[in-house]
Design a binder for this molecule. Structure first.
Ligand SMILES: [Zn+2]
Length: 437
C-alpha cells in the first residue's frame, strides 16, 4: 500500500516518511519500501541480519518547481549463505542504482534533454543541477539506448562531404605563398528514403575510407541499397561503384545548375577583361545584369527576359555574343533538368540534350565546352536523376544540422561525440520528438 506522499514523489520502491523545511529547501525523508531490496544481489537469498543503517542523499528531479533534497535511510544486510562470495550488501532499488548519487530518472531526463530536445550539454547540466561530465555521460548512455548500433536497411543512400572545423594555413617562405596545413574533411552517409538521418561518417575524403565504411556493413545491407545520391565527385563514384555495384548512382540538378552558372559568370568576367581591359563595374550593363543572368528564365516575367536579351544585344558583339551563348546554354540545361519527375520519354530527353550540346559546340567558348564535357562524363547519373527525381538535398540538410549542432556546442573536440550528437539531432523527427502533439 503506497501512501499519497510517496505516490506524489513517484520513486518506485521508496516510501516517504517525512517532509520538512531545511536550510536549502524541502527535505524529504524516505525509507526503502521494496522487499526485493533485501535480496542479496549475488545469490538472491533474502537477508535476515542487518548490519546497521546508512544515509544517502541521491539527487532527483524537481517536484512542483522545487528540487527536494532526498534523504534515504537504507539498511546494510549480511548475506548468510555460506557459499555466497558477497558477505554484505546495501539496499538498492532500480530508481536509485547501487553506487549512484543520481536517481535514474534524473540521469535519463538530462540525457534526453540533449538527445531528444536539442539542448546543449551545458544547458542540460544547468537545468538538472549536474556537472558537465555527468550530463555528457547521461547523454551518451541515453543515445546508445535510442539509436540502433547498426543502421537498418536503406533504399536511397546519400553521400556528401562536410568540413569539420576551419582549415589552417601557414605561410611557406620558400614558395612565397600560403599553404593549407590542415583541412579536415568528413564524408557522411545519410538515409534519404527512411528516417534514420545520418548513418555514419568517416574521416578523410578518399575512396579507401568510404569503401571501409561500406565494407563494415553486412552484405545483405549493401544489397538493399538501390540508389545512391552523390555530388559530382569522382572519389564517391569510384568507391560506390566498387562497393555497391548494383546500386544506381544519381547526380542531382543542384550542382549542375551551379556549374552552369559558374561557367556563365566566368565567360562574363573573361570577356569584360578582354574587351574593357579591367573588371566590370557600375555602368557596364553586363556587370549590372550579373544577378539576373544567373536566374532561371522560366521563373522570371516574360518582359524581364525580353529586356535582358535586348539589353545584352546592344552591347559590343565581343561581349554580347559569348555571354548570350553561355546564357542560352545554361537555359538549355535548365530545360533539360526540368524534365525530372515528369516521367519524360526518351525522345524528349534526347532532343533537349542535343540542343544543349549543339549550343555548347557552336559557341566556340572554352567554358561551355568544359561544361558540356562534364555533362557528358556524368550523363548516366544525370539521366538517373531525370527518371527518379532523387536529390542529395537530404545530405545537404544533414550537413546543416551538423554545423548547427557544432555551433551550439561551440565546437567539438571529440569527433565520436559530435557524430553521436548529430545522429540524435537528425533522427529526432523519426523518434517522435518534433511532433507538437
Ligand atoms: Zn548472497
Amino acid at each position: 500500500m503506497v501512501d499519497d506522499t510517496s505516490r506524489l514523489l513517484g520513486l518506485d520502491g521508496l516510501a516517504v516518511v517525512g517532509v520538512t523545511d531545511g536550510p536549502q529547501g524541502l527535505v524529504v525523508q524516505v525509507n526503502t519500501a521494496d522487499e526485493r531490496a533485501r535480496m542479496c544481489p549475488e545469490c538472491g537469498t533474502r537477508a535476515r541480519r542487518s548490519k546497521g543503517r546508512r544515509t544517502t542523499r541521491p539527487r532527483d528531479l524537481q517536484v512542483g518547481g522545487r528540487r527536494p533534497q532526498l534523504v534515504w535511510t537504507k539498511r546494510r544486510w549480511l548475506c548468510e549463505q555460506a557459499e555466497c562470495r558477497r558477505k554484505s550488501f546495501t539496499e538498492s532499488v532500480p530508481e536509485v542504482p547501487p553506487r549512484k548519487r543520481l536517481t535514474a530518472r534524473l540521469r535519463s531526463s538530462a540525457g534526453a534533454a540533449v538527445a531528444d530536445r536539442g539542448r546543449t550539454v551545458v544547458q542540460a547540466g544547468r537545468d538538472h543541477d549536474v556537472s558537465w561530465p555527468v550530463a555528457s555521460a547521461a547523454f551518451t548512455f541515453h543515445a546508445q539506448q535510442v539509436l540502433p548500433a547498426q543502421p537498418d536497411p536503406v533504399e536511397v543512400l546519400g553521400v556528401d562531404e562536410v568540413r569539420r572545423g576551419r582549415p589552417r594555413w601557414v605561410f611557406d617562405e620558400a614558395a612565397g605563398s600560403w599553404v593549407t596545413v590542415r583541412q579536415r574533411w568528413h564524408v557522411g552517409f545519410c538515409d534519404l528514403s527512411g528516417g534514420q538521418g545520418l548513418l555514419g561518417q568517416v574521416e578523410g575524403r578518399n575512396a579507401a575510407v568510404m569503401a571501409d565504411w561500406l565494407a563494415a556493413r553486412e552484405q545483405s545491407w549493401r544489397d538493399q541499397v538501390k540508389f545512391v545520391a552523390i555530388d559530382m565527385c569522382t572519389i564517391f563514384k569510384s568507391a560506390i561503384g566498387r562497393m555497391l555495384p548494383n546500386a544506381t548512382l544519381v547526380v542531382d540538378h543542384f550542382h549542375l545548375v551551379q556549374l552552369a552558372n559558374q561557367a556563365l559568370t566566368e565567360v562574363r568576367r573573361r570577356v569584360t577583361v578582354q574587351v574593357r581591359g579591367r573588371r566590370g563595374r557600375k555602368g557596364n550593363r553586363e556587370w549590372e545584369l550579373r544577378n539576373r543572368l544567373t536566374r532561371c528564365a522560366a521563373r522570371m516575367p516574360g518582359e524581364h527576359v525580353d529586356a535582358l536579351v535586348d539589353e545584352l544585344s546592344t552591347l559590343p558583339a565581343a561581349i554580347a555574343a559569348p555571354i548570350l551563348a553561355a546564357w542560352n546554354a545554361k537555359e538549355d540545361l535548365l530545360d533539360l533538368l526540368a524534365l525530372a519527375r515528369i516521367n519524360p520519354d526518351r525522345r524528349q530527353v534526347a532532343r533537349r540534350l542535343h540542343r544543349f550540346y549543339t549550343r555548347c559546340a557552336e559557341a566556340g567558348v572554352a567554358e561551355l565546352e568544359r561544361l558540356a564535357a562534364t555533362v557528358e562524363t556524368w550523363w548516366p547519373q544525370i539521366l538517373a536523376f531525370l527518371h527518379t527525381g532523387i536529390t542529395n538535398a537530404g545530405s545537404e540538410g544533414t550537413n546543416r544540422v551538423i554545423k548547427t549542432v557544432a555551433r551550439d556546442a561551440y565546437g567539438f573536440r571529440n569527433a565520436v561525440n559530435q557524430r553521436l550528437r548529430t545522429r540524435c539531432a537528425t533522427t529526432r523527427k523519426t523518434r517522435g520528438h518534433l511532433d507538437p502533439h
